[in-house]
Design a protein around this ligand. Structure first.
Ligand code: NAP
Length: 275
């Protein structure tokens, strides 16, 4: 299904974005790889070429998702690779590991710049192209944290809830223009997300927490996402831990989830465990 389609993935230099890129390349897609670290993107490009069996149609396009002024130029460069963009996967993101009391406003703003405004700005820049094409697919890697609140992640949860609302609303606006929108809600996936997460003062957390360490394998996660995208699903939930039950529990028994989260927070504080 993705053969000869041009898919643009942000946050492609590691984790879920990297695994998605390799899966898509293996399915014959043309893939544009974006993130800030060009050296890491080159490494992912090599993996994509190995999966695709050919070097044609895998491109590196370094991009800082917070650079709104440079966005139009990046979209033009992305379009120039193959003449079109069939799918944009807004996957770049950073998480948080700090309580509200410990978190600086500047850290909240950084989380929103990367996880919300960056996704909106790039989507807005790509959308006119898809409208002109009369087709396209926009996906966003939100999170289970976009459906329920979890301690030590007030800013991350707020950002992922915001993203969920933006893309749900966008889906309605573009549905009759041949453009699909998919929100992806992964649970805990074994990537560098916790190491790269922000502490309260904005510094790098630098550790893999126990939830991520016990999370789903990233290739399994990418395969689940690809399957959902192939089926044209508007929402894809992917994960294999207890957090996935939280999705329906929150919907039907929110009080149970609120209590479980409060108890978890207190337990972590009592055990002197940061997260
Ligand atoms: N792992 C999980 O458990 C989990 C669960 C739910 C949702 N998610 C979401 O999945 C997405 C991918 O995360 P991951 O788990 O794969 O973590 P990861 O390994 O830390 O990957 C994050 C990616 O985002 C990129 N990125 C960060 N800031 C950026 C910026 N300013 N501009 C452009 N790219 C930027 C990073 O690349 P550079 O550093 O090279 O820029 C990297 O490629 C995120 O949106 C995350 O919130 C993850």
């Amino acid at each position: 299904m993705f053969e000869q389609q041009t898919l643009w993935i942000t946050g492609a230099s590691s984790g879920i974005g990297e695994a998605l890129a390799v899966e898509f390349a293996g399915l014959g897609a043309r893939v544009i790889l974006s993130a800030r670290r060009e050296d890491a993107l080159q490494r992912v490009k090599d993996s994509c070429i190995a999966a695709a069996g050919s070097a044609g149609g895998i491109w590196v396009l370094p991009l800082d998702i917070t650079d709104e002024a440079g966005m139009a130029d990046k979209v033009e460069q992305a379009r120039a690779f193959s003449g079109r963009i069939d799918m944009l996967v807004n996957n770049a993101g950073i998480s948080q590991r700090s309580s509200c009391l410990e978190t600086d406003m500047a850290t909240y703003r950084t989380l929103f710049e990367v996880d919300v405004f960056g996704q909106i700005a790039l989507t807005k820049a790509v959308l006119p192209l898809m409208v002109a094409q009369g087709s396209g697919h926009i996906a966003v890697t939100a999170s289970v944290a976009g459906k329920m609140g979890a301690p030590f992640r007030t800013g991350y949860c707020a950002a992922k809830h915001a993203v969920m609302g933006f893309f749900d609303a966008l889906r309605a606006e573009v549905a009759h223009q041949g453009i699909r929108v998919t929100t992806i809600t992964p649970g805990f996936i074994r990537t560098a997300i916790s190491e790269n997460a922000l502490s309260g003062d904005g510094s790098r957390f630098g550790k893999t927490d126990k939830y991520i360490a016990a999370g789903m394998d990233v290739t399994d996660c990418a395969r689940g996402i690809v399957k959902g995208l192939q089926k044209g699903r508007p929402e894809i939930a992917v994960g294999n831990g207890i957090e996935m039950h939280g999705l329906w529990l929150k919907r039907f028994f929110p009080g149970l989830v609120f209590k479980a989260m409060a108890d978890q927070y207190q337990k972590q504080i009592d055990n002197n465990e940061a997260v």
